[in-house]
Design a protein around this ligand. Structure first.
Ligand code: MG
Length: 211
């Protein structure tokens, strides 16, 4: 099987579907067992920028100073607010799935969530969305450096070569590389920036092509 390749520059993924890898015309996966899909949550499965920003705005942080993709503790420290005050104001009912993510989730076999979101917020969102990954690890499950695929691989009893990690940030890419996993960039998030070597999925359903 030859996956469809989106032609064009390695810029932000646009409205075309497909999976591409920089410098490749056609990506042929090995005919091996299906890979386990591990997903970041914020910015990958759910469009949560406004939900994540709202507590900070309420706490008086100017919108232009808010960043996304950091550890919550780091973002709070940057603005001089406490994680407790942030979580008191975080509404886990606001974030919505990106278009096509519900269909992607419905088409997955074995999958997991690996997010450095606070567990109370992440579990509430998974329950609300009706998503039931085989495993969901959150900030409390990792060390101070943030999320890490190692405990996910341990739980599944697999190596990095047997999973793909789908995420939207440089930290997600680094997690995948450290674990020897294929990184798939969530190109449907307009903030996601591809780097050479990334597999870029322009639409959520395109992830199924690499599993
Ligand atoms: Mg993210």
């Amino acid at each position: 099987m030859c996956l469809r390749v989106v032609r064009g520059s390695l810029g932000r993924a646009g409205g075309h579907g497909g999976v591409r890898r920089a410098g490749e015309q056609c990506h042929r996966p090995e005919p091996a067992a299906a890979l386990i899909a591990i997903f970041d949550l914020d910015g990958t499965l759910v469009d949560s920028d406004e939900a994540l920003a709202a507590p900070l705005l309420e706490l008086g942080v100017p919108r232009e100073r808010i960043t996304f993709g950091r550890l919550l503790a780091d973002e709070c420290a940057l603005h001089g607010v406490s994680v407790e005050d942030y979580l008191d104001r975080y509404d886990p009912t606001v974030a919505r799935p990106f278009a096509g993510v519900d269909e992607l989730v419905a088409g997955l076999d074995r999958w997991a969530v690996c997010s450095h979101k606070a567990r109370v917020s992440g579990q509430a969102e998974l329950a609300r969305l009706g998503w039931q990954p085989e495993l969901a690890l959150f900030a409390e499950d990792f060390g101070p450096a943030g999320k890490d695929l190692a405990p996910v691989l341990d739980a599944f009893g697999v190596t990095g070569a047997e999973v793909v990690f789908v995420g939207d940030t440089a930290h997600d890419r680094a997690c995948a590389r450290a674990a020897g996993a294929t990184f798939v960039l969530a190109g449907w998030n307009a903030r996601a920036r591809p780097e050479p070597g990334d597999v870029v999925a322009a639409r959520p359903l395109d992830v199924l092509e690499v599993l």
